[in-house]
Design a protein around this ligand. Structure first.
Ligand SMILES: O=C(CO)COP(=O)(O)O
Length: 252
């Protein structure tokens, strides 16, 4: 972690959470002590159905809300899709794009992720662009190369330290309880920083790169201490306020 980059702990609730889950959000708001607030940014990405209802609960707190995906158009005939402008209108300040579950379940390639990133920018949202290799790619020794290619193709020109967050999520580590070694995480994050530097020069030093994939309270400190890891994108463990806060505390 460079002191120039503020730690970001983001929770991706995925397709989990009914209105009653508001109690967890309230638990996060209540658990934010001054030390945590001064050192860590917190982002909660609930299902889109909960965003507008959650906005009132985070008002006046530094907790940010985000969407989990967006369409690349601002509006139009796209049944079932949600535009970045709609997310913003509902209270989001950020949006996850290119999550491997979107890439896998919905066939979204780098070009679509690139278009969604631009759409997020147009709406004034902070995109969290996800990249990560499959187990076969990791076993073939291609993890860094695959991720570098995704970074080159998924991130449009014009990225800055303020308008982009990258999340490295090895697909085989998501929801499995398996994580890469700190050395493996360091190698891929270093490769990501190198490609960002090649493309965005000095701006790259300020772009936050999160690690995601089976981050839990008991492994968070080790993962967050890895060089070039500037925070975490947390799935399952973000659903409980106590776990999410424990991960955030492990970062400081
Ligand atoms: O995909 C993830 C976050 O976007 C990671 O999920 P888990 O933390 O449940 O492995």
């Amino acid at each position: 972690m460079s002191p120039a980059r503020r730690i970001l702990i983001a929770g991706n609730w995925k397709m989990n959470g009914l209105r009653a889950a508001k109690s967890e959000l309230r638990g996060i708001v209540a658990g934010l002590d001054p030390t945590l607030q001064s050192k860590v940014d917190l982002l909660v990405c609930p299902p889109a159905t909960l965003l507008a209802g959650f906005a009132a609960d985070v008002a006046g707190s530094p907790i940010m809300l985000g969407g989990q995906d967006c369409h690349f158009n601002a509006s139009g005939a796209h049944t079932g899709d949600i535009s970045p402008d709609m997310l913003k209108d509902a209270g989001a300040v950020a949006v996850i794009v290119g999550h491997s579950e979107r890439r896998g379940d919905h066939g979204e390639g780098d070009a679509v992720v690139n278009a969604k990133t631009k759409a997020a920018w147009r709406a004034g949202l902070l995109p969290v662009v996800c990249v990560g290799e499959t187990l076969a790619e990791r076993d073939a020794g291609d993890a860094a190369a695959v991720v570098a290619r995704q970074i080159r193709q998924s991130i449009p020109e014009g990225a800055t330290a303020q308008n982009l967050v990258v999340a490295y999520e090895p697909i085989w580590a998501i929801g499995t309880g398996r994580t890469p070694t700190p050395e493996d995480v360091a190698q891929v994050h270093h490769a990501i920083r190198a490609v960002l530097t090649e493309r965005f020069a000095a701006e790259a030093q300020g772009i936050r790169i999160l690690y995601g994939g089976s981050v839990k309270p008991d492994n968070a400190a080790i993962l967050l201490a890895v060089p070039d890891v500037d925070g975490a994108l947390v799935g399952g463990a973000s659903l409980k306020a106590a776990d999410f806060l424990a991960i955030a505390r492990a970062a400081i």
